[in-house]
Design a protein. Structure first.
Length: 105
């Protein structure tokens, strides 16, 4: 019997439920802030980068992530052959391309 009385709600102890609800609302607000300020912009940049890498064509002038400037001579599924000087060609991963300086178009 005493355990039932101990488990019964005490008068004036109803603030615990509202505290839980406000905590859940705060965590939801923090998640939304992180989503719109960190996760969503990062996904947008990743999509733009993937589009840029898929649009690389032969003859494009590019800059690699290491700072190497060159012209694309050959494109494979995962690699590109870059000409950096006369008779000097280097093979790089396609993901190493940081930006396209100018397109042949």
């Amino acid at each position: 019997m005493e355990t039932l009385l101990a488990m019964a709600p005490q008068p004036g102890a109803s603030q615990g439920g509202s505290s839980l609800i406000s905590t859940v609302i705060m965590f939801g607000a923090i998640f939304l802030i992180f989503y719109f300020m960190i996760i969503r912009p990062q996904q947008k940049r990743a999509k733009e980068r993937e589009k840029m890498l898929s649009n690389v064509q032969k003859g494009d002038k590019i800059v690699t992530s290491g700072g190497l400037h060159g012209t694309v001579v050959f494109i494979d599924e995962k690699t590109v052959l870059i000409q950096v000087a006369d008779n000097v060609k280097l093979k790089y991963e396609r993901s190493a391309i940081a930006s396209i300086v100018s397109s042949k178009e």
